[in-house]
Design a protein around this ligand. Structure first.
Ligand SMILES: [Zn+2]
Length: 260
């Protein structure tokens, strides 16, 4: 199993980090992608990944919810870190998480769009996939993403996917993946119906840990091993054995984040 989105730099993991990592590995987790959210957690993300370099891979980006008046200087700091690290043999595996989020606050709508465009340009320039966070901003996000789907083509994943089948189609038609997490196991979740016609070859597994713990662990600190609940749901939706779900989604993650 590959967890394509978990914030292992979060302070909730630091007290028992070694034991936590060992327990994830013992439960069959093969790899975890650790996204960045702003200039303040560059070091924490990098350091935790360097402790387990074969198991954790870092990403770098400015999360739309962290866009404030200082967004331009944040982007400069992030870009500097990206340039330095990119020359090293082990470098960032993605730009993210980046995107648009109008859910709680639309004050910085225009700045969010501009920051997204800049960071998508880095993704294309450095040939890295983008980890996209989009909430209540689908139309604007699709408009911007469309600007980057020509050559060289943007690669990436729409993280924490829960949208309609129609929008899912538009996203996969752009060549992007959909990141499926614990939401699929929530009661009354329409995602199961919306997904059934989307090919498994376009799906990735993720937790968004420490948040979004799936049923039956709602409210607890989430962990990567619990993507097995997501695999069980997908197994029912697609009428495919869990092993096969694991094989296909791991191959998808491999080809997006670590292409040969
Ligand atoms: Zn996240």
């Amino acid at each position: 199993m590959i967890d394509t989105h978990a914030h292992i730099d979060d302070e909730q993991y630091q007290d028992d980090l070694d034991a936590f990592i060992r327990s994830q590995q013992a439960q069959g987790v093969e790899h975890i992608i650790v996204p960045g959210v702003d200039a303040n957690n560059i070091e924490a993300v990098w350091n935790v990944c360097q402790r387990y370099p074969d198991f954790l891979s870092p990403a770098i980006g400015l999360h739309p919810e962290n866009i404030r008046d200082d967004w331009q200087s944040q982007l400069e700091t992030l870009h500097r870190a990206l340039c330095i690290v990119h020359r090293q043999p082990r470098h960032y595996c993605a730009i993210g998480e980046i995107g648009l989020d109008y859910h709680f606050d639309t004050t910085y709508k225009e700045q969010q769009k501009e920051a997204l465009r800049q960071q998508l340009s880095w993704a294309v320039e450095y040939d890295l996939p983008a980890i996209l966070h989009v909430r209540d901003a689908t139309e604007d996000a699709l408009t911007i993403l469309n600007e980057y789907t020509h050559s060289p083509r943007l690669r990436g994943v729409m993280h924490c996917w829960s949208g309609s089948e129609e929008v899912a189609r538009q996203i996969i038609d752009m060549g992007l993946y959909l990141g499926i997490g614990g939401i699929i196991a929530f009661k009354n979740c329409k995602l199961r119906e919306h997904l059934s016609s989307i090919p498994l070859e376009r799906l990735l597994l993720e937790t968004d840990a420490p948040y979004m713990a799936p049923v039956p662990h709602r409210g607890e600190r989430n962990e990567s091993a619990w993507i097995r609940y997501v695999m069980e749901e997908l197994s029912q939706v697609y009428h495919v054995p869990v092993d096969e779900i694991e094989r296909i989604t791991s191959a998808n993650a491999q080809s997006l984040f670590f292409p040969l």
